[in-house]
Design a binder for this molecule. Sequence first.
Ligand SMILES: [Zn+2]
Length: 323
Amino acid sequence: MSGLAPWQANTWRTLAAALDGRRLHHGLLFSAPAGFGKRPLVAALAAAALCERREADGFACGHCRACKLGAAGSHPDLVRVGLELRDDGKPRADIVIEQMRQLSQRLALASQFGGLQVAIIDPADRLNASAANGLLKTLEEPSASTLIVLVADEASRLPATIRSRCQRVELRSPTREEALAWLHAQGLDPALAGEALDASLGNPGRALAWSGDATLPLRQSCAQDLAALARGRRSAVELAEQWAADRPAERLWFAAVLAREQARQCADAAASLTTRDEIPKLAAWFGQANRVRGLLSTTVRTDLVLLDLLRTWPRREPINDKG
Ligand SMILES: [Zn+2]
């Protein structure tokens, strides 16, 4: 009953062996970009840690009292800390200190079933500064019967003090073949799987999500927009407004990927001096587009940051004349 992606088999074996030998670090940090399957891995570890009759491969049995309570979300020794809802029903932007106080009070009590107490903090990269300080105290007083699991898409956003008190669980990225086989097993036909994987820069979870909704066609439309911008047929102002109004994060992703592809094409082509000149500019633009994408979840005005970025689109002439 694994349900884990095959490229995580080694990581699982290491975790399962440590759990079995009671050698698991009391604070674990699972960090990988969204889409690489870290959450199913964390769920499998939490279930295994609480299960009363683990299977030979280390997975939870799925049938014991602990497994049934865990599946129902009511195991008394499993605590989940995430973004709470505000009064208006929307999730808060941060995990706050009060949640860390409740967590430490809860962990100070003995385990109800006599085994481990497991706390999952997800998304840990949204702990605000005081919550991170509160968690630090809990991490500094480790208990042999406590397992604290931090889950983060961007571990770099966590304070170094927190990172240094956790053991980092490295998740390997799948090879292209592994990712394609996995997407195929999820029901995607090979051509679509290949296209989605290219668009997502090899991120299988993202590729699966994008092939199921109307995101993939955005890639072509972004390419056309940037080609039109390079030719002066569309203005940066016009595009910034249009992109801000509809899935700006996805458009920025595709634009960044396109910049990278074009830089490669410039490098491959028997290029003129002008084209060669554009390679470092495209590389810089790729980085800037990703930074702007990171800003979108903050309070910046989307159309303004997009405008700043689009004004600096370095290509004068599209290489592939598809626009
Ligand atoms: Zn069980």
